[in-house]
Design a protein around this ligand. Sequence first.
Ligand code: FMN
Length: 138
Amino acid sequence: MTDQTHVLGLCASPSRGNSEFLLDKALEIVSGPGIQINRFFLGRKSLAPCDACGAHKSLKGECRIKDAFQEMRDLWLDADVVIYAFPVYHMGIPGQLKSFLDRLGNSLGYYFPSDDPPTYGILRLMKTMGFLTQGAHL
Ligand SMILES: Cc1cc2nc3c(=O)[nH]c(=O)nc-3n(C[C@H](O)[C@H](O)[C@H](O)COP(=O)(O)O)c2cc1C
């Protein structure tokens, strides 16, 4: 860990559209000295849904499916602040974001090694979050 604040902008739209525009504006506002910004375009990555295999329990929290999830999980864990930007899809969130959250939620409980300093895992899960969302009508 460094003394920089790590801000992760996660865009969960497949298009270069409104979500990305809003995220860019938000990241522009938060940028400054001591702030390290990462962007991740989840909507344009290939991410499988959770298949409920349960393998993460014996794999120390690692997800058996290897795709964009691992890179995104590492960026997510490293971040102090996460800003999600996503469009409304059928009054819910886009599938890519749901897949990420399902896999993250299931695996994280098993992820931190038992010899980790006791607070480290918890600290990595405590984040400031922001949500930017918009839709065309409902
Ligand atoms: C599959 C799909 C489902 C959508 N469902 C909704 C919806 O339920 N409500 C809504 O207001 N807009 C809905 N929209 C419209 C998008 O939310 C809207 O066009 C948004 O501005 C797209 O954001 P983006 O440019 O970041 O991709 C849907 C669009 C798609 C492609």
